[in-house]
Unconditional design. Structure first.
Length: 324
């Protein structure tokens, strides 16, 4: 299988593309917005100049049409998106006074979770240097099993990126979810997880101890986002580093973690650290390079928090923030 040139190397993102129902600026009203953690990552990658391919099942209803248009308008490749007959999934978003988002979902029998192996045939070809997945897509059956098998198979030819992005209302018991997380960690190269996820998955366990444990299960890099406090990260070769958060007037936190993930993958992509041929280089990343990438991630998340909804930065915006 021939590899793509660096400027043509694609990151495939597998998972849900759903509709967020969010509070509108006018009090008492709500509006529909494109969402879903994997879809947000795909948009974030494309805005940062990385060729992004969405692997999703998107409904053929009115909401699905809007989701497709949003992804297309942001330059995401939809050549491997399934036009599903089931309805679109919905996420109801509630915002606290400080902009923190909580979610409720309507996903029973909806489009995102009904994967069959045939629908993913050929989705990870020689142009794909990395595959990212996570969130509900890897815990909601029947599609979760199919996507987990895709990641396991793709690991031979692509870097595997993973974000558990836990949704306690839907994922069941934390201990059961943690077993599934450990399964994916044995395949993953790059892992992003939030401290909020960890408080649910492994309560009373310090993030640094989780980083040590998870790195021992296979990944080259594990990054724990700490909200306003920045990020803690480590590598399999023993690097441990922390970076502070950026001061920002928070509008809401919707999509901030996904913007972090997109910037992480884009930063590694730009430095030639994705793909099977770069696996050793990724594992041996030095602390200076890692911190540079993480600075970009923190900046991307801060920009997203400064505006409404899952609205990740462009490459120009991120560049401006880096030198601001």
């Amino acid at each position: 299988m021939k590899s793509a040139a660096p400027d043509q190397a694609v990151i495939a993102v597998a998972g849900e593309a759903l509709v967020d129902i969010v509070p509108a600026p006018a009090e008492g009203y709500f509006e529909f917005a494109p969402g879903g953690s994997p879809a947000n990552v795909a948009v974030g990658l494309s805005r940062l100049g990385v060729p992004a391919r969405m692997l999703a099942r998107i409904a053929d209803d009115l909401l699905g049409v809007r989701l497709r248009a949003h992804l297309e308008d942001n330059g995401v490749d939809l050549g491997h998106v399934v036009r599903a007959q089931e309805p679109s999934s919905l996420a109801l978003v509630e915002l606290s006074e400080d902009g923190q988002a909580t979610y409720d979902f309507r996903i029973s029998g909806t489009a995102d979770w009904q994967w069959t192996p045939d629908e993913l045939s050929g989705a990870v070809d020689g142009s794909v240097v990395a595959v990212h997945s996570g969130s509900l897509a890897l815990t909601t059956e029947p599609g979760a099993t199919v996507l987990r098998e895709l990641l396991a198979k793709a690991a031979a030819t692509a870097t595997i990126s993973y974000d558990p992005n836990c949704r306690p209302l839907l994922m069941g018991e934390p201990a059961d979810v943690l077993r599934g997380v450990h399964e994916v960690l044995s395949t993953a190269d790059v892992v992003k997880v939030s401290d909020e996820d960890l408080r649910w998955l492994v309560p009373d366990t310090p993030p640094g101890k989780v980083v040590d444990d998870w790195l021992g299960r296979g990944p080259s890099i594990v990054a724990v986002t700490l909200g306003a406090d920045g990020v803690l990260a480590g590598t399999a070769t023993g690097i441990r580093t922390t970076l502070p958060g950026r001061a920002v007037d928070v509008v809401d936190t919707v999509g901030a973690g996904d913007s972090f993930t997109a910037a992480l993958l884009a930063g590694l992509h730009r430095r030639g650290l994705l793909g099977p041929g770069a696996r050793t280089a990724l594992r041996d990343i030095d602390v200076v390079t890692l911190d540079e990438v993480l600075e970009e991630c923190v900046a991307a998340a801060a920009i997203t928090c400064s505006r409404r909804g899952a609205n990740p930065p462009t490459a120009a915006e991120l560049e401006a923030a880096a030198h601001g």
